[in-house]
Ligand binder design. Structure first.
Ligand code: TEU
Ligand code: CA
Length: 555
């Protein structure tokens, strides 16, 4: 198996990246037109979220045909050209395989609805009476996870939207169909794959009510998931390609198994525990300030645990489902640049492969929308109703929650310029989702010309990983455990040591370093306050970090 330790991946949400033909919707030719920008940033792969045929109820995660390009995004020729042009620049394309479910508009589901037993066996249909769903499981987007089909007198399972029917992976014919999808794209020159919620594919033998939760414990990291993944990877011959699985509510042990090269499953895994540290009682829709102690604890557990188990982490703060990190863990008003740079440093110098989500490298912020009409996301719109009607929140509270938690925070148009439509689409066009009024200075044009910009800093971080093998391959250990304000870790390779300290707060903080003298004599690789800015070491082997300062020193 290949290792991807020195690679950096850039995630594109095509709908919001660049509109090449003035219909207000980003498209494939838009991506192709920005390849030089990505080449300059220094990334190795692009992971694009799905642009396959889809009714777009969940912006493409409801796939109606895995082998056909949704016309609003372009054509197969456009995709071929994108792959070719990226390849010329040394950039590989990773496609997003949504294999846990299909759109209910998919031909397979339509045949199932028409009564064809072969295709009914592709999905999870259960007999039952119209008033009682087979189990009490809840959809991740709110409401029951089951939908009744009166003509069939059967229920089907949908862990996500009602238009996203779960596939039955226990059926070998389904697995063969999905392998053919991989083979098709591999033959067209795709260099890697991201697998959507792939730890949910194996459902239990018996479906029962969950009296303690929403049902996830019965299908998360399910009974055959490792077998199924191994088979998929093996039979399609993608062992040496870069692959990443999105793992929902997963465990460390399972992620080790998913990503340990000896198992022949995936190159790495996304887990989300570190992005729930501001969920009150684990509930996304209840606000709480971030628990930094918990964040430290989680990184330590996962970084060290994956290392011990020979697993490999995907490192990330953002994606198209998450709010913007500078608004979430930083301060997008008073310490916009400092906190964005600090957060980038913390992640990029850890053990794992970093992902940059479009606009993160510019310090793009949350949308700060104030009306429900501005939101487009199915989950946000469902919860707008649920929070008010079922959970008794006021309209003001609900809008405040969406401002913090909506997936649309990460889906506003990529800010190419500081102008009206942010250079995302032509001036006279209305983009499918609004460009926020909030931080117009977070834009590629202005930042490209500024050596102190967040973008220049991200470019430097990406370059460091390639220049210093200790970042790609060094071991990791954490120190200064008792200081909740500072994330402090050491990477080590042979005689070399790299110390990375990040102040996660708006207050100046004293942080301990293992050896003051050595630290003072070390070489600063990067500092969020700029070159030559690293603070002096005090007598007691501590340094003072300024608000949101991060520093990496090589000893
Ligand atoms: O997301 C899976 C997922 O469970 C979450 O990130 C989800 O959006 C969040 O927990 C809801 O609070 C993946 C895709 O990234 C997402 O865009 C899709 O909507 C989802 O799968 C279904 O395909
Ligand atoms: Ca377009």
């Amino acid at each position: 198996m290949n290792s991807f330790h020195d690679k950096v991946i850039y995630q594109i949400y095509p709908k919001s990246f660049c509109d090449s033909n003035g219909d207000g919707i980003g498209d494939i030719n838009g991506i192709t037109s920005k390849l030089d920008y990505l080449k300059d940033l220094g990334v190795d792969y692009i992971w694009s979220t799905p642009f396959f045929k889809s009714p777009q109820n969940d912006n493409g995660y409801d796939v109606a045909d895995y082998l056909f390009i949704e016309p609003m995004f372009g054509t197969m020729e456009d995709v071929d050209r994108l792959i070719r042009e990226a390849d010329k620049r040394g950039i590989g394309l990773m496609f997003d395989m949504v294999f846990n479910h299909t759109s209910t508009s998919h031909e397979w589901f339509q045949k199932a609805l028409a009564g064809d037993p072969k295709y009914q066996a592709y999905y999870i249909f259960k007999d039952g009476d119209p008033d009682t769903p087979p189990t009490n499981w809840e959809s991740k987007f709110g409401g029951s996870a089951w939908e009744y089909v009166p003509t069939l007198q059967k229920w089907y399972l949908h862990l996500f939207d009602v238009s996203q029917a779960d596939l039955n992976w226990e059926n070998p014919e389904v697995r063969e169909e999905l392998k053919n999808v991989i083979r098709f794209w591999k033959n067209r020159g795709v260099k890697g794959f991201r697998f959507d919620v792939v730890n949910l594919i194996s459902k239990p033998a018996v479906f029962e009510d969950d009296h303690d939760g929403d049902g996830r414990r019965f299908y998360t990291d399910g009974r055959h998931v490792h077998e199924f993944l191994h088979e998929l990877v093996h039979d399609t011959g993608i062992q040496d390609m870069i692959t990443v699985g999105e793992m929902s509510s997963t465990s460390l042990d399972n992620c080790i198994r998913y990503s340990n090269p000896a198992n022949g499953e995936l190159s790495m895994a996304f887990s989300f525990h570190h992005l729930k540290i501001d969920y009150k009682n684990g509930d996304k829709w209840e606000l709480m300030p971030p628990d930094l102690h918990h964040l430290k604890d989680l990184f330590q557990t996962w970084q060290v645990g994956m290392q011990e188990g020979h697993g490999w982490n995907a490192l990330f703060w953002e994606n198209h489902d998450q709010p913007r990190i500078v608004s979430r863990l930083g301060d997008d008003q008073h310490y916009w640049r400092e906190s964005a740079k600090m957060l980038g440093t913390m992640i990029h110098l850890m053990r794992g492969t970093p992902y940059v989500f479009q606009g993160e490298e510019l310090g793009m912020t949350n949308a700060h929308f104030t009306s429900i009409d501005q939101y487009k996301d199915v989950e946000s719109r469902n919860y707008y109703r649920i929070l008010m009607e079922e959970r008794g929140k006021s309209k003001e509270e609900t809008l405040k929650i969406l401002q913090e938690r909506s997936r649309d925070n990460g889906r506003t148009p990529m800010q190419w310029t500081g102008e009206e439509n942010a250079g995302f689409t032509a001036d006279a066009v209305t983009p499918w989702i609004e460009v926020p009024d909030y931080k117009k200075e977070a834009n590629a044009k202005d930042e490209m010309g500024d050596p102190e910009s967040i973008r220049a800093y991200y470019k430097k971080l990406i370059g460091l990983r390639k220049e210093y093998p200790i970042i790609a391959d060094g071991t990791i250990a954490f120190f200064d455990d008792d200081n909740d304000s500072v994330m402090a870790y050491e990477r080590r390779e042979g005689e070399q040591s790299l110390l990375v300290l990040s102040n996660m707060t708006a207050d100046p903080i004293r942080a301990a370093v293992p050896d003051g003298k050595a630290f003072a004599a070390g070489k600063t690789l990067i500092d969020s306050y700029g070159e030559g800015q690293t603070a002096a070491v005090h007598e007691d082997s501590t340094i003072t970090l300024r608000p949101y300062e991060a520093v990496a020193v090589l000893l």
